[in-house]
Write a protein that binds this ligand. Sequence first.
Ligand code: GAL
Length: 417
Amino acid sequence: MNFWFKLSAAFAVYSCSTIATAATVEVLHSWTSEGEAKAVEVLKSMLAERGHTWKDFAVQTGGDNAQGVLKQRIIQGKPPAAAMMKKFNLQRWERLGFLQNIDDIAVSEHWDDTLFHAAEDAIKFDGHYGAAAVGIHRTNWIWANKKILDKVNAKMPETWPEFFAVAEKIKSAGYHVVAIGDEADQLGTMFESMILSVGGPELYRKAIAELDYGAIKSPEMSRVFDMARKLQPYLYMDSDSSWNKATKLVIDGEAAFQFMGDWAKGEFSVAGKIPMKDYICAPVMQTRNQFLYNIDSLAMFKLHNAQEIDAQKDLASAIMSSNFQLTYNRYKGSIPTRQDLDLTGFDICAQMSKQELLNAEATNAELPSIAHGLAATELVQTAFNSVISAFFHDPNMSSDQAALTLSKDMRKGAYMM
Ligand code: GAL
């Protein structure tokens, strides 16, 4: 049975099992790259099967922009039915009383028993659910073009010394070493993996997960900045490059590596590339079995029309269904948020991701991404990404200065609402 046949059969079973009351469901999200758009199509089709009409409220160019647009809509008293957002933003809207309580669905579908711990934590606040969790992304990945590695006769580096040795070979062969767009969140994504890699899970936990300002300005953090300076000459930092344009440079064989979350895999997939044959996915050097998670969720906003509320609950239920989890996440590059699902049919990168998530859970090395809003509020997240970007733009900023500024700015961000 081919994939598409299975997919349509799955939708058919799903749609027959529930009673549909047709309504329009407006969803705000920023999944606009080619791979992401394909993943979102899965959800749209599932809703259509239930008789509902999906109204796309897609916002180009990333999360920050999307959250700004959302705020305006809420202030105008016209929230969408659902909006893509991360744990801390979600908690804020929940606290302010804007989210729909969907505990009835969660209880009847046993979300407490099936969700990965990190996913449950990302969407449950004060014991109540106000959102559905679509997928678990990992940010401490490095992606490589296999042909380039073969050409310079190199293996995927597993340590920083190995990385720099391979980087020299790649440079001499005339390729860009690391593709990265000059955007704060791309630099932040790379740097958070470096904190884990160079400082270890202990530094990451203290400085980032627990926001211990002493740990942020510590000599250990300075060492992470030292490593970033050493890496800088190998970055091909395109000023006009979104993350997926950087991925394309790796796909097209112009650059060897990209440090990026596994949404990048969606781009390799739509380009028809096969993992381990055309490209390699690997944990960032020295972070094997450690996992920085970034969980995408759709917050459900309070609505007034009964039909629209039913349709919204259908959306939440569809998201948590095994059919959705198993199809959407294959396109998106993430893994399901439910731990009871078998990943047969997923590629080797996803299999590795699930296994390493379980290993990280068991060893206390499963940690939230700061660059993508799972570790702290949006203001702290923005402060983090901005300081990292400032460091890469100012060659005179020392590592100690950078660590001190990071500590100050993150603290400032945490005090503001
Ligand atoms: C993340 C989001 C991912 C992907 C990425 C693009 O914050 O969780 O799904 O869209 O941004 O940079």
